[in-house]
Design a protein around this ligand. Sequence first.
Ligand SMILES: [Zn+2]
Length: 319
Amino acid sequence: MAFSRVSPFRYGSLSSLIPYVSSPSSLSPQVRTFTLSASISTPHPSPPSLLTASPKASDRWRPMCLYYTQGKCTKMDDPTHLETFNHNCSRELQVNAANFQHLQSQHLDFFLVLDLEGKIEILEFPVLMINAKTMDVVDLFHRFVRPSEMSEQRINEYIEGKYGKLGVDRVWHDTAIPFMEVIQQFEAWLTQHHLWTKEMGGSLDQAAFVTCGNWDLKTKVPQQCKVSKMKLPPYFMEWINLKDVYLNFYKRRATGMMTMMKELRIPLLGSHHLGIDDTKNIARVLQRMLADGALLQITARRNADSPENVEFLFKNRIR
Ligand SMILES: [Zn+2]
């Protein structure tokens, strides 16, 4: 997918599906109350005034086409397929201009929301690129990852146990590629978006990864790099742990994505533990925090001389 930096979806005609609550600006984050009364299980709790059009049948939630997210859908001319699967990566992530009044000027231009899957080896690598000024989705990078050090039989069991339950084991088998290839394609994607170049090396340009916890970038990526016999790419040296920003902004401890979503009354969409869906849900938490006025800053940084040492930059943080 070749997207320009300007989102083609900005101010699109689709109804805002994000359950934003406009909070009085006089309230500081710590005493802000949430006035939305819709229950968490309501699929589209946006107040009617935020809707730009009445919901159509085509607006109902549909699972993403996981071939499309990886640039591999061959059924774009099949109406039944298009009816069944969502091919718009920024659905559920539309923002409404009414929610911009508390938006802070951020130090970064883009946030790369990342949520890896796979406990033994990485199985899924989804990244959503969000514009810090408009909160729009600019682009998505998504790949299923084939483990490097497991037997075929072990992989089959692993995938059936994890993705079989979600009904996406077949697409995983059809599309998964080794971590090293994923990283090569990811670097091409970063370069295409002017966020990083191999020649220049170093950290991201005006962008930072946003994760839910430190596990993804502190632990899992370096582990997988070892298994895949690669050097740790230099753009994984720092990141923003959304849970730490959440703690310091709302003055509330949230141990995970589900807690943040529950507290902010954002309904869960898709399948929890399908990386692409978790990434979108984390991005919705991020959009909401931006709309509430949070300033997103780097929370963790590796030591340049000894990258295994991570320095945590917030005094108050989730341990
Ligand atoms: Zn498709």
